[in-house]
Design a protein around this ligand. Structure first.
Ligand SMILES: [Zn+2]
Length: 392
């Protein structure tokens, strides 16, 4: 089965081909073609919020089987180094020396996270006003300025400006965020139409479904977003990735509405490998999360093995709590085994738990690099195992 998605009118194109589907769930392997290379999904995106993925060079990322990265957040890149520097570098790919496919966030997540402090961020119908808590720099982010910034960054996939839905505000807050997000989507599309790519490669635009935990709102949002001419569809909101049972249920509401030739992206999913198996089985293709590198830096290292389930899918089986070991524990001081038996990552091939325990306890910087390499590799390996299983 093959599907093509062209958006010639947007001066951008993203080709999403469905290569094969799993027989008993909604998982699928797709091929996404960008001007910086091909991505095979399911695909996890390591997050480089500030133009770098924590403690990993692009060579480390490739060695850890990364194909696509979330290469920089619009808000953070505006704060520093600013768009003048990115323009001088010739775009983010050159600036950070990542030459593969890249996605950028629109800044919508910061609208959500920083707006809790009214001194830092105020939202109105036009956009969001930020005051950087350290530098005091003022930033006014609107759909048009978010798209303009993402054009300067030059990622292969850019996101419409949205308001991530908070869970605590209930239905009223969900309706507010949904209404604003829909209006901002139209303004994002218009800005995308008006501004040509800056560096000669195409940029695809994704829209974001909001609606919180309310089925009718999610369906309403899906219908609105899908009525627009977009290259891919994201599912956002605070609940996504934070509550996996709710996440899978929300996907089940909107997935039947999404055409098969649209890439599906759950934003902020991937606290560990099992989360990836769960959303892919529900029909999702790509996902990002800061957790693998953040966990690694804090000493929590994924440890388990990939196991086929009775229904022909995969799970991350582990005897460890939450599927990870805490390397600071004294019992690892003399442990001569790798972090995870059978892991093919650079760290596990060359270093012991004992050495990592030593590096962590002594606060030596090499620890973070080796730890991030392992956790990102495990997430990517989970995706590789799913692709192999589906393609058999
Ligand atoms: Zn490893």
């Amino acid at each position: 089965m093959q599907g093509l998605c062209y958006n010639a009118g947007l001066m951008a194109k993203l080709i999403t081909e469905v290569l094969k589907r799993h027989l008993s769930n909604k998982a699928r392997v797709t091929r996404i073609s960008t001007d910086h290379g091909v991505v095979l999904t399911p695909c996890f995106m390591p997050v480089g919020t500030r133009a770098f993925v924590n403690h990993m060079t692009p060579e480390d990322l490739v060695a850890a089987q990364s194909q696509l990265i979330l290469g920089g957040n619009t808000y953070h890149m505006l704060v520093t180094p600013g768009m003048e520097v990115i323009t001088m570098a010739g775009g983010m790919h050159r600036f950070m020396h990542w030459h593969g496919p890249m996605l950028t966030d629109s800044g919508g997540f910061q609208v959500f996270s920083l707006s809790r402090n009214k001194k830092i961020c105020k939202i109105d119908e036009i956009g969001a006003h930020f005051k950087h808590p350290v530098s005091g720099k003022l930033i006014h982010l609107t759909p048009a300025s978010s798209i303009e910034t993402q054009k300067i960054i030059g990622a292969d996939i850019i996101m419409a400006f949205d308001q991530c839905t908070p869970e605590e505000g209930g239905r009223i807050a969900a309706i507010d965020a949904l209404t604003r997000t829909h209006r901002w989507l139209l303004e994002s599309i218009e800005a995308h139409h008006q501004q040509a790519p800056r560096y000669g490669h195409d940029q695809a635009l994704f829209g974001i479904i909001q609606g919180g935990s309310f089925r009718d709102l999610r369906e309403q949002s899906a219908e609105f977003v899908l009525s627009q001419d977009l290259d891919g569809i994201a599912i956002g909101g605070e609940v996504i990735g934070g509550d996996m049972l709710a996440t899978v249920e929300i996907i089940s509401w909107v997935e039947p509405l999404i055409p098969e030739n649209k890439t599906r992206y759950t934003m902020g999913v991937g606290l560990g490998p099992q989360d990836l198996f769960d959303v892919v089985a529900a029909g999702i293709d790509i996902f990002d999360c800061v957790a693998p590198t953040r966990n690694a830096r804090h000493g929590a290292l994924y440890c388990g093995h990939f196991e086929t389930t009775e229904d022909g899918w995969i799970r991350f089986a582990s005897t460890e709590e939450k599927g990870r070991i805490l390397i600071k524990k004294a019992k690892y001081a003399q442990d001569q085994g790798p972090i995870m038996e059978g892991c093919g990552c650079y760290t596990c091939k060359h270093y012991t738990r004992s050495y990592l325990h030593f590096l962590f306890r002594e606060n030596l910087s090499l620890y973070s690099q080796l730890a991030c390499i392992h956790n990102v590799f495990v997430m990517n390996e989970a995706c590789l195992r799913m692709r192999e299983l589906i393609l058999v």
